[in-house]
Design a protein around this ligand. Sequence first.
Ligand code: FNR
Length: 342
Amino acid sequence: MSRSSRKLDHIEHALTTGQAGTHGFEDVSFIPNSLPNISYVNLSMQTFLGSLKLSSPIFVNAMTGGVAEAEDINGKLALIAREKGLAMAVGSQMAALRDPSLTKTYRIVRQVNPHGIVIANLGAECTLELAERAIAMIEADALQIHLNVMQELLMPEGDRTFEGYLESIARIADHLSVPVIVKEVGFGMARTSIRQLVEVGVASIDIGGSGGTNFAKIENRRNPEAYDMFDTWGLSTVQSLLEAGEINLKGTSLIASGGLRHGLDVAKSIALGASAVGMAGVFLRMVKTLAMQACLDRVDRLHHELKIAMVALGARTLSELGSASVVIGGDTARWAEQRAID
Ligand code: FNR
């Protein structure tokens, strides 16, 4: 299986493969404020990821590059990011580091959006030198390092050794001039892994929970010898946020991703401790099915949904929203109780 046909498969299957299990947001309820004493027009959606200032907490999470079709997708995503002031990550750049003729499928993002916040992406097997080259390729403002053990194990051509990742991440975070974001790709993160990443000083952790784009299902669809018993592997997005809430993050900012669909999911993520949220599948579906103006309108709507929640909670800023009270019910509450006992 070539790298480029794998990338096309991922796009195709991400659009058509359903979820397995839920992100958990249905188990999170806000306590409303009937006297919010604020005005919609004075709301601020500004937030910080480490040293990066974002005008919206919503960013386009890593997806693609490295194949001709990706240039078109990345160009459209970058246009949305530029017009709506969203940060944007590209997909893994390893393909272009191996074959420089593919660089343009990533660089398009910087060409379309010269002044926006653009995030480079590599797997945890990368070295400091490769990280520096990936950042230079798109003049990136930050680097995402993705962790995807289960996805690799389910890919016939995937990695089989996962040694030394934490030490390598520590070295990269220590030496790079831009912030390092470590992310999962939809299997969630438990408190032990989150704590280890905090200890090595990464700027930000994206818990990348299950309940959205499901790379176990996607790889199982691509593989005639499917291991579909792993389709429901991992922690949901809300479970992962609760895990992060149990530990001292020591200034490391938290990102929520995995199945977020609308502004209320964004608001719940922020109330559970996230500073920003990544959306991948939502943006892929947008650019594949809607004209550009409709894509821009969809982003306005996402922001409006978030602002509705902010007003109804009396939160002028995202940091006030971070203090909003939530109640956890359903399966997530039962799960959290069990985790507390463990
Ligand atoms: C991804 N994702 C991803 N992540 C990453 O760090 N590097 C990558 O190269 C890719 N590639 C990729 C391709 C496609 C087509 C999709 C849809 C996604 C994972 C992505 O960033 C995110 O973690 C998951 O998709 C879960 O978020 P959503 O889709 O549920 O919002």
